[in-house]
Structure formats: structure tokens, C-alpha cells
Design a protein around this ligand. Structure first.
Ligand code: A3P
Length: 301
């Protein structure tokens, strides 16, 4: 372990959403779990899986509250950090930062979930276009915002894709660096990659893989509960528990956040030329192996 080159923080990221500096003050514990994604990639799903493994299939857990998005700048770090430090259970914290804006600890275990960028955009457009006034107010008017406010969404998901693609992640945050920096550290002993497609294909198998990575033995008498509580239908029906603030920021509430749970919705909209441009850019940004993984899943060796 002593020869390992652990990732180092090289920068801070501030935006309408982010305050990466909160990580600088977190006192890591030996069994901390960090769940990372670009966004709209199955973060909430994996938070639910991890909660079910830690709490042995228990129902009614306030997962969103227990597993805060650390680098979201609201509530501010002066409020959030003491709450996280006060947690007595095994902590499982969410991040949307690229690795080089995090403080990376050898003590924690890191799970990163990938999803094709086009699926991310389709999910994100739903997230953005159903956000209510409270969402804009909190993100834009909480003191400490650096940079421009988050804009209103454009008129169609197609236009949103074009702008997100042209201006790398606009109006949220850059996509390619997020995937690339996590891919680069995939072989560290305390990192594992998951993919939305693999969770869809074989959720029980992936839950077992996560359990083994986290060293949480499975109580087989609770296995059916664990799997049921991570299914799309169960999570949709109980969405207020797992979605931030019980879904208060979105028209349609928490059930709008656990939206469709499927991939490939862009197939009917994007042209062959647009798909080819996306795929070419993915290879250029990520290299052939990572771009292939991002598109299809299947855990890399
Ligand atoms: P869609 O908007 O495509 O439906 P995140 O938590 O990173 O914001 O990701 C949200 C996406 O994960 C949403 O995708 C949501 O429906 C999907 N999701 C959440 N729980 C799921 C589950 N149990 N099964 C399938 N998809 C799930």
C-alpha cells in the first residue's frame, strides 16, 4: 500500500451547485464510503443499495438525509459538515466531483457509477425542466455562489443535448473529465466502478459485488428484502425517502426524480450523424477502452 500513488487534490470547483472545499475539512473514518457519479447516472440507486447492505434490508430509511451530497453548496459546509461528523452509522457520502477536486482518502472506499452521456442528458433534462422556483432560488440566491446562475432549461431535450455536448456539460458541469478521472483510478484497491447498464442487467449480481467490495456480509435471510427495496418499482413508490428533500424541488415530487429507469431514450431523437459525433468525441476524450465501457458497461478487468 505504501507504494501507491494516491490521487491528490489539484483544484477547487465552485459553481451554482458546487463548493468542493468542504472535503478539505472532513475527518475521514476507516469505513467511510464515497459514492461518485457525474450526475443522473444511478447515484440514488447505489445509495439505496448501500443503505440496504449497511442496514440489512431495513425499510423506511431516510437515505437522502443519511447520505448527503457533500459538495453541493447548499446547505453550506458550516451546516453540513457537523451533521456528517455527527453521524454514528457507517457513512456513505455522495459526490459529483472529478477526482482531482476531491480530497481522496486511502481510508474510504469509493464506488463510481458510469452511464452513457446520452442517457445522462435525457435524465438530466427531466431533472432540469421540472425543477421548480425553489430549486432556482436555493441554487442561485444562497450566498457564496461563484459564477453565473443556473439558467432555465432550453425548449427541447434535443437542444439541451446539443448545448451540453458543444459546451461540455452546460449548464451543469464538464462531463468528460469526470468520467476520465474516475476511470484513471479504477485499479486502486479502494475503488470500484459500476455501470448503470450492469445494474439493469443483473442487479442481484451487482449488489453481491458491492457487498463484497464494502466487506458487508449478506444476511441471506434478508436477501429478498434487500433486492426488492432496490428495485425500480419499490424505489419509485417510496421515492420521498431516497430523493433529496423528499423531491420538494421538482414538479411531480420525488417520483419525478425516479423517473423512467431505462436507457436509450435518445435513439428516437438523435440523428445517426449526432450519434457518430458523440461516439467519436467519447473515444477522443476517454480512449477506446473507457469509451466502450461508458457506452455498454461490463466491468473492466
Ligand atoms: P431516468 O431519469 O433516466 O429515469 P441519479 O440518482 O444519479 O440522479 O440518477 C437518476 C436516474 O437513475 C433516473 O434515471 C432514475 O430513474 C434512475 N434510477 C433510480 N433508481 C433506479 C432503479 N432502482 N432502477 C432503475 N433506474 C433507477
Amino acid at each position: 500500500m505504501s507504494d501507491i500513488q494516491w490521487p491528490r487534490k489539484t483544484r477547487e470547483i465552485h459553481s451554482h451547485h458546487f463548493d468542493s472545499t468542504i472535503w478539505n475539512d472532513l475527518k475521514f473514518r476507516d469505513n467511510d464510503i464515497v459514492i461518485g457519479t457525474y450526475a443522473k447516472s444511478g447515484t440514488t440507486w447505489v445509495q439505496q443499495i448501500v443503505s440496504q447492505l449497511i442496514f440489512n434490508g431495513q425499510e423506511g430509511l431516510e437515505v437522502a438525509e443519511m447520505s448527503p451530497w457533500m459538495d453541493l453548496r447548499v446547505p453550506p459546509k458550516q451546516v453540513k459538515l457537523p451533521e456528517v461528523e455527527a453521524q454514528q452509522h457507517r457513512r456513505f457520502i455522495k459526490t459529483h466531483l472529478p477526482v482531482d477536486a476531491l480530497v481522496f482518502s486511502p481510508k474510504a472506499k469509493y464506488i463510481y457509477i458510469g452511464r452513457d452521456g446520452r442517457d445522462v442528458v435525457w435524465s438530466m433534462y427531466n431533472h432540469h425542466s421540472t425543477a421548480n422556483e425553489q430549486w432556482y432560488d436555493v441554487l442561485n440566491n444562497t450566498p457564496g455562489r461563484v459564477g453565473p446562475p443556473i439558467e432555465r432549461p432550453c425548449d427541447s431535450v434535443h437542444q439541451h443535448f446539443d448545448e451540453w455536448f458543444e459546451k461540455d456539460g452546460h449548464p451543469f458541469w464538464p462531463f468528460w473529465e469526470n468520467v476520465r478521472t474516475w476511470w484513471e483510478i479504477r485499479n486502486l484497491p479502494n475503488v470500484t466502478l459500476l455501470h448503470f447498464n450492469d445494474l439493469k442487467r443483473d442487479m442481484p449480481g451487482e449488489i453481491r459485488r458491492i457487498a463484497s467490495f464494502l466487506e458487508t456480509p449478506i444476511d441471506e435471510s434478508k436477501w429478498n428484502d434487500i433486492v426488492t427495496h432496490c428495485s425500480f418499482d419499490y424505489m419509485k413508490a417510496n421515492a420521498t425517502k431516497s430523493v433529496p428533500l423528499g423531491g420538494a424541488f421538482w414538479d411531480g415530487g420525488a417520483q419525478n426524480f425516479i423517473h423512467k429507469g431505462v436507457n436509450g431514450r435518445w435513439n428516437e431523437t438523435l440523428t445517426p450523424a449526432e450519434n457518430a459525433a458523440y461516439e467519436e468525441r467519447a473515444v477522443k476524450e476517454l480512449g477506446p477502452k473507457c469509451s466502450d465501457w461508458l457506452m455498454k458497461g461490463a466491468v473492466p478487468s
